[in-house]
Design a protein around this ligand. Structure first.
Ligand code: AMP
Length: 270
């Protein structure tokens, strides 16, 4: 892949990279479409990265519908579907890791301690392999987006990070490969996550941050069989806790519904 990408680089092609873990859905497709529009070449990487899963997490059961993913790539004019093996990406003697201090330890990082180190290490390898001019990341994983922006800036990667809006089902549920774990009943009650966030964004116009946060938490707590990992209102620029005067604000949550951990967020403006 690196040799092929280098040929494109030398030929003057602009290269777009869409890093994914596969089980592609319309959220991923929106990133692919953006790259197909902006770039001469679109590379989609499909790699379920073991290094970003903690002990006891869903690495083994993570969906891997390879044939369907490749059909989606073909249909959406992807030039290269890059599907490295675990051995290709992380041979046993792998010793180098990339970390983004502080940002990796809060929010999702507080509950998934090895997660972002694994994500950032894999993504920096993908940047080096693809020579990407642009890489596309969904705002669905808002903390991940911020961490990768910081990594690319601090380590002087040539790759420009392009944030892409959250794609949702008509009823509001944010699309996620993990939604396939949900039973119909769980799926129905999971709607209350996006609903609570939407209501929070409305309340934010007139109420205090703590009132907005508490009202959302009480709604999330009512979801049957749920557990809140966190519900935090943070600055959209650096994930620091938001204050009354913070300009751009994001309300981000991680909520378990049964055995499935769902994340979602919303940008809030006065
Ligand atoms: P994943 O395969 O879940 O690791 O996601 C790969 C990329 O797709 C990440 O940049 C995600 O943020 C993005 N993505 C996943 N779900 C959505 C969604 N519902 N809307 C927009 N982007 C998404």
């Amino acid at each position: 892949m690196q040799k092929i990408a280098f040929k494109h680089l030398k030929a003057g092609d602009e290269i777009g990279l869409v890093p994914t873990m596969g089980a592609l859905h319309n959220g991923h497709i929106s990133l692919i479409e953006k790259s197909a529009k902006n770039d001469d070449i679109t590379i989609v990487s499909i790699f379920v990265n073991p290094v970003q899963f903690g002990h006891g997490e869903d690495y083994l059961k993570y969906p891997r519908p390879v044939k369907k993913d490749l059909e989606i790539c073909k249909k959406n004019r992807v030039d290269y579907a890059f599907m490295p093996s675990v051995k290709d990406m992380f041979p046993q003697e792998h010793k180098a890791f990339v970390e983004v201090k502080a940002l990796q330890d809060i929010m999702c990082g507080a509950f998934r301690p090895v997660h972002f180190r694994g994500v950032v290490t894999a993504v920096s390898k993908l940047f080096n392999i693809s020579f990407a001019d642009r890489a596309y990341f969904g705002m669905k994983d808002f903390q991940q987006l911020k961490i990768i922006e910081k990594m690319a800036k601090d380590l002087s990667f040539r790759t420009k990070i392009v944030p892409c809006p959250i794609v949702r089902e008509k009823n509001g549920l944010a699309l996620s490969s993990r939604n396939s774990y949900l039973s119909d009943e769980e799926k129905a009650v999971s709607l209350n996550i996006s609903k609570s966030l939407k209501e929070a964004a409305k309340e934010f116009k007139s109420k205090s941050l703590s009132a907005v946060k508490n009202s959302a938490i009480s709604k999330l707590k009512k979801i049957p069989n749920s557990k809140i990992d966190y519900a935090e209102i943070v600055s959209a620029s650096d994930l620091s806790p938001a204050y009354r005067n913070t300009k751009k604000v994001v309300f981000a949550v991680a909520v378990w519904v049964g055995k499935t951990r769902l994340i979602d967020n919303i940008q809030m403006t006065k």
